[in-house]
Design a protein around this ligand. Structure first.
Ligand code: ZN
Length: 223
C-alpha cells in the first residue's frame, strides 16, 4: 500500500505547484498618492501580498464585502512574471516579464486605517476574496515605451485616476530586484505595481473601466 500512497501525494503536490501563484502588491509607489494618504515617501519599495483567491477575472462584478463601509479603488499596472527567479539583479529584471496588464487593488480603507493605527498587518483590508480584479495583458513589445506606460481608471465614464509608470518611485525592474531578495518569483506570479493619486470609494452600481495606452483592459460593475 505504501508506494501507492506516495504516488498520490507526489502527484497532488505536482499539480499544486503548477496552479498556485501569488500576488505581490507595491504600496506608496507614486509620491502624489503617498501624500494623499499622509504616508511618508518610502526609502525602499513597500510590498504586501494577496492570495490567489483575491483574483477577480473576466470582468466579473465586484461585490462590496459586508465588513467594510469604505472600499477604495486603486488602479495599478500589473506585471506577469514568466520565469523563476531569486536575487534578480535590476539590470536583468526585464528578462522576467514580457506582458503588462492592468488591475485594481481594492482596499477596505476603513479597516486598513484601523490596522495602521494599531501597527497591525493589512491583510484583512487588502487580501480578501476578489479584491484583485485583473484585466487583459499586452505584450511588452507592443507597448510604445515600457518605462512610460499611460493608464487610467474611469468610474461611470469619468476619469478618476490617471498615471504614467515613469512617475513611479520604484521602477518595475527595481521592484523585481527588491522583492526577489526576499521572495522567490515564480511563473505566473503577478506584481501590482502601486497606484497613482485619485483613489476613492466605490458604491453599488458603479462601473469601473481601466485603460492602458487608450485600450480598454477591464470593464466591470460594482454590486
Ligand atoms: Zn495598491
Amino acid at each position: 500500500m505504501a508506494p501507492d500512497f506516495t504516488f498520490h501525494i507526489s502527484h497532488f503536490t505536482f499539480k499544486q505547484k503548477l496552479k498556485t501563484m501569488k500576488l505581490i502588491c507595491i504600496g506608496r509607489n507614486y509620491s502624489e498618492h503617498a501624500k494623499e494618504l499622509n504616508n511618508p515617501v518610502p526609502e525602499n519599495p513597500v510590498f504586501f501580498m494577496k492570495p490567489d483567491t483575491a483574483l477577480l477575472l473576466k470582468n466579473r462584478p465586484f461585490y462590496i464585502p459586508e465588513f467594510s463601509n469604505e472600499v477604495h479603488h486603486e488602479v495599478e499596472v500589473v506585471v506577469k512574471i514568466n520565469r523563476i527567479g531569486k536575487h534578480i539583479d535590476e539590470k536583468f529584471a526585464h528578462r522576467y516579464y514580457d506582458e503588462i496588464g492592468l488591475g485594481v487593488d481594492f482596499t477596505a480603507r476603513d479597516i486598513q486605517q484601523k490596522c495602521k493605527e494599531k501597527g497591525l498587518p493589512w491583510e484583512i483590508a487588502k487580501a480578501f476574496d476578489y479584491s484583485a480584479p485583473l484585466g487583459e495583458f499586452i505584450p511588452v513589445d507592443k507597448l510604445p515605451d515600457v518605462k512610460a506606460i499611460n493608464f487610467e481608471l474611469l468610474k461611470n465614464g469619468k476619469t478618476v485616476q490617471k498615471g504614467n509608470t515613469s512617475d513611479m518611485l520604484f521602477s518595475i525592474d527595481q521592484i523585481i530586484s527588491y522583492v526577489s531578495k526576499y521572495v522567490t518569483l515564480k511563473i505566473g506570479d503577478l506584481i501590482y505595481t502601486g497606484t497613482p493619486s485619485g483613489v476613492g470609494p466605490v458604491a453599488i452600481g458603479d462601473k469601473l473601466t481601466g485603460k492602458l495606452e487608450g485600450e480598454v483592459m477591464f470593464d466591470f460593475e460594482v454590486r
